[in-house]
Design a protein. Sequence first.
Length: 423
Amino acid sequence: MKYTQTEVLQYIFENDVKFIKLFFTDIFGALKSVTIMPGELEHAFASGISFDASSVRGFRGLCNSDLFLHPDAGTLAVLPWRPQQGRVVRFLSHIRNPDGSPFAADSRHILTNTASQAASQGYTCHAGTECEFYLFEVDEQGRATGKTHDAAGYCDLAPKDKGENIRREICLTLTKMGLEPETSRHEAGPGQHEIVFRHSDICSAADNLTTFKLAVQTMVSRNGLFASFMPKPVETQSGNGLHINLSLRRGDANLFNRTPLPNEAAQFVAGILRRVREITAFLNPLRNSYQRFGGQEAPKYVCWAPLNRSQLVRIPAGSGEYARMELRSPDPSCNHYLAFSLILAAGLEGIREKLPLQEPSNFDVYSAPQESLKDLALLPQSLEEAIALAEGSAFVKAALGAPVAAAYLNAIKAAPDPQFGDL
């Protein structure tokens, strides 16, 4: 449900809300917040709540450091893990300059703009995510160890699957916050899990993923474990993917709901395939990300096919509202707002330019002879290669704005990967 400001103020007054958290993300997608008291909410809607942007990675320097958080009334949600007496609620926030204009590096605003561009061309993009994560045991200080929570495998049940009740808690928590998980299961790796969301418009899907990651980390921690979204936390096991399912709609018609794909849907896929190498630094921003590619159902080549999990893009079985394409290269360490923006912009470019879709690669890429692979482009094989491709991309600069693209790429170039247990 989307609330108005008036409805929100009434809810706060009538439901014993004592603390309000204003959430926002830095340029890497890491969640941040400022907490205000209920009496400040009306002021926050009108004028925003200031914070020091110079202390947030990728934002701005000390000489021009004031930015303002404006709560988005439609994102009101109670934090169910906090006390029900003296409740705590959260809003996702717009980030604005002192003059009220949008802050250029607000990645949520960038996605909103890209979705508006799609609407101006007559399209609505829906997205659903499949986000994988590992559960690790912790030591006496609460720090993650390298020991996975269980030794179960794909779709195993309890008692082998020791995370079943934790997944249940996560799904129930998300439901209380207004989200709609569709399925959950134990994944292929020991201690690895996946929760799949029902599709929604692409901006809501990105917001839902923000909420999902916080809920997972919170509920897992309450169970004395650590949830890792690292792309490849266990060297010899499956990596954590963030599979992104996309459908494109013109009016009420899902353009992916036909076989073979109609022109616009095929051109949308072709646009993503053309630009994917240039945007990989944003989809896979850690050096650890590149240890995942090329094995255990993680892609390596720029190719597509129906029903084929060895491909970068596959067209899953599904009809009606469930007809879609699936992009399999992103991982959960990305800033999903920027990732969604770039993917959508690439697809829209494909439609505008009427790009032809390459022939499907109807074979297992992992076991195919080299002769079958010789005409397929490779995804970048290292973060350094991905950064170089992004730095040379006029498309990336146009889609995100040159200053934002440069700030992001310079930051990931200089930063070491997070230590195990930090992501």
